[in-house]
Design a protein around this ligand. Structure first.
Ligand SMILES: [Zn+2]
Length: 124
């Protein structure tokens, strides 16, 4: 077996991530498959997956979580902090994480800008 250089692994992980995101609308199972490959590759190469990417992957079925496509997203407020809760459409697993300002910058402004205006509907 050839040794995998970490640079190649990063490229392959990035590639798998891109395809996974691309196919999730049409085929959630295929998306899970690509994400599983990506996670296995990361483990094998002892590489860390970027937290932003991890947050977009269902922890149970490993499907890519895309709002209104493969998952539902809710905003919840706890005292001063806001929490984003994702529910996977495939396996109904919930995952939540704090919506701090730094993450909002990367997650919202770049990828989810269309969803921000709906957040008031989800407030409880
Ligand atoms: Zn799932």
């Amino acid at each position: 077996m050839k040794k995998i250089q970490s640079g190649d692994s990063f490229q392959r992980m990035n590639y798998l991530y891109q395809i996974s995101k691309h196919v999730v609308e049409k085929n959630a199972a295929l998306s899970s498959y690509y994400n599983t490959l990506m996670i296995n590759l990361a483990k094998k190469s002892v590489l860390k997956i970027h937290p932003d990417i991890k947050r977009q992957v269902c922890k149970k079925c490993r499907c890519m979580l895309v709002n209104n496509v493969s998952a539902k997203m809710k905003f919840k407020s706890k005292k001063k902090s806001k929490i984003i809760e994702w529910t996977c459409n495939t396996c109904n697993t919930k995952k939540s994480f704090p919506a701090d300002k730094n993450n909002q910058k990367t997650l919202w402004l770049e990828r989810e800008e269309a969803e921000v205006k709906d957040c008031n509907n989800y407030e409880k």
